[in-house]
Design a protein around this ligand. Structure first.
Ligand SMILES: CC(C)(COP(=O)(O)OP(=O)(O)OC[C@H]1O[C@@H](n2cnc3c(N)ncnc32)[C@H](O)[C@@H]1OP(=O)(O)O)[C@@H](O)C(=O)NCCC(=O)NCCS
Length: 171
């Protein structure tokens, strides 16, 4: 799909209710089988929306220096991405991709690459990905990220996450 088909804008307060719904839906699509069903069922669109609103209205810590973009097709949010200063005390890069999330309906469309380029540019960066998320790992690997051994448990579910790192401009 040509770039002009997407409308990509910085997140504003008016987006947050819809973003909360989309964020929750993407988590349920992505982590079915990788996280407990009860945890996914209990995710709250309202809580997600409130979190995003707070990050804009009262940004604290890394949120203050972060960039969050939402992508729309036909007026509806279909994906989003956020990057900013790393949250890790031992981070090998200053910058971190905090999140990139697309609805299944637009995966494989080129939007992910577009969003990644817009939020990260050519910066060195880290990211955390659930080890069992094979599609995301393949996407990041193709974009120059490698596994340097960092591991952590996603606190609410114990899902194992791995840190991937990109240094230098990818091919
Ligand atoms: C991760 C994400 C941003 C990638 O965007 P995308 O548009 O799906 O990515 P692409 O289609 O360009 O690339 C996906 C790659 O995974 C491959 N792939 C697809 N399904 C796969 C699977 N089940 N196992 C392994 N690889 C898979 C594709 O072939 C492609 O590789 P290639 O380009 O080398 O052929 C998107 O899938 C997404 O938002 N997923 C849901 C949320 C998520 O997981 N976010 C990341 C959290 S860390």
């Amino acid at each position: 799909m040509p770039e002009s088909e997407w409308r990509i804008t910085s997140l504003v307060v008016a987006d947050c209710d819809e973003l909360g719904r989309v964020h929750t839906r993407i988590w349920r699509e992505t982590y079915a089988g990788l996280m407990p069903a009860g945890y996914l069922a209990d995710l709250s669109e309202t809580r997600s929306a409130e979190n995003w609103r707070r990050r804009i209205v009262q940004p604290e810590g890394v949120d203050a220096g972060s960039l969050t973009l939402v992508a729309r097709r036909d007026g509806h949010i279909v994906g989003f991405a956020s990057a900013g200063p790393s949250r890790d005390a031992d981070a090998p890069t200053e910058w971190e991709l905090h999140v990139i999330n697309l609805l299944q309906t637009v995966q494989g469309s080129g939007l992910a690459e577009l969003l990644l380029d817009r939020v990260l540019g050519e910066r060195d960066a880290t990211l955390w990905v659930v080890e069992g998320n094979a599609r995301a790992r393949a996407f990041y690997t193709r974009r120059g990220f490698t596994d340097e051994g960092g591991r952590s448990a996603h606190e609410p579910t114990d899902a194992l996450e791995m840190r991937m790192v990109r240094r230098g401009t990818p091919d």
